[in-house]
Design a protein around this ligand. Structure first.
Ligand code: ADP
Ligand code: MG
Length: 257
């Protein structure tokens, strides 16, 4: 099957079962939102897909081939990753940070080629950080840094992109911009898996949702199937208010009564 398939994934860390029997699929051109409360296991699922944590059970298939079969570099070319709130310790310029996204395309001692420079510039312009190219990433604001990290991931040009809370430290304008970028990526055929907490944004942007709770997938499917009052109460312990305006649907949490 074409797509990124997560089958019955289980992860055990420090003797604790952190993820249990998680199954879902990300198809090319699709945005899948991975939602759920803090500690539900979302980041762990993403890391297991990337091979950054060991799977205790299950498998991850890329167009039918187990990702364990791929060399690390090949996997890095096929699946790119925006880590959650990754600290940056090295005082690299923003442009050189984004250039790291081209690493999987180059031999260890190879210089950047024109196509690499083009990919870097395009990704930085799309994420509105080209004007920051000569600034040190260690001196950028959280939101500026988040956009540089997103550009680094986009510069990979992978078939699948896994983004772990890429909107977390962004102002509303840049949150919407990141979601527009995700839509453009999907439109260009990239399969996008995105972890997010804003339910309205998830509802408006994602083609499918996967709701995790306590290490397991509580619900998956369309927003209508997943964002039910009952599922939101179980997963987040909240009630919600829903409305629509100008053709967009909104969902706002409130304390469960
Ligand atoms: P989420 O991204 O949904 O907030 P995580 O996947 O980061 O959740 O974490 C899920 C659970 O696994 C949390 O309870 C967290 O404390 C625990 N956890 C994460 N990493 C480790 C680890 N290396 N060892 C033990 N427990 C961990
Ligand atoms: Mg997380």
């Amino acid at each position: 099957m074409i797509g990124l398939e997560i089958n019955n994934l289980g992860v055990v860390l420090s003797g604790r079962e952190i993820v249990r029997g998680a199954s879902f699929t990300v198809k090319p051109g699709e945005i899948v939102g991975l939602i759920g409360p803090n500690g539900a296991g979302k980041s762990t699922v993403i890391k297991a897909i990337l091979g950054l944590v060991e799977k205790a059970s299950g498998d991850v298939l890329l167009s039918g081939v187990g990702t364990d079969e791929f060399e690390a570099k090949e996997r890095a070319r096929k699946i790119s990753y925006v880590p959650q709130g990754a600290p940056i310790h090295w005082p690299l310029t923003a442009e050189r940070t984004v250039a790291l996204g081209r690493t999987p395309h180059l031999n260890p001692w190879q210089d950047m080629r024109d196509e690499d420079q083009t990919a870097i510039r395009k990704a930085m312009k799309q994420t509105d950080c080209w004007h920051l190219k000569d600034r040190l990433v260690t001196n950028l604001s959280g939101g500026e840094r988040a956009r540089v990290m997103l550009a680094r991931t986009m510069a990979v040009g992978a078939e699948y992109m896994l983004a772990d809370e890429p909107t977390a430290s962004l102002d509303p304008f840049h949150q919407l911009q990141v979601m527009d970028i995700m839509k453009a990526q999907a439109k260009a055929g990239v399969g996008v898996l995105i972890v997010m907490h804003d339910l309205s944004l998830a509802l408006q942007t994602c083609d499918k949702l996967v709701l995790m709770h306590d290490g397991a997938v509580l619900a998956k499917g369309t927003a209508a199937e997943v964002l039910t009052d009952e599922n939101l109460k179980t997963a987040f312990g909240v009630a919600v208010t829903r409305w629509s305006e100008n053709g967009l649907e909104y969902i706002a949490p409130r304390a469960a009564g």
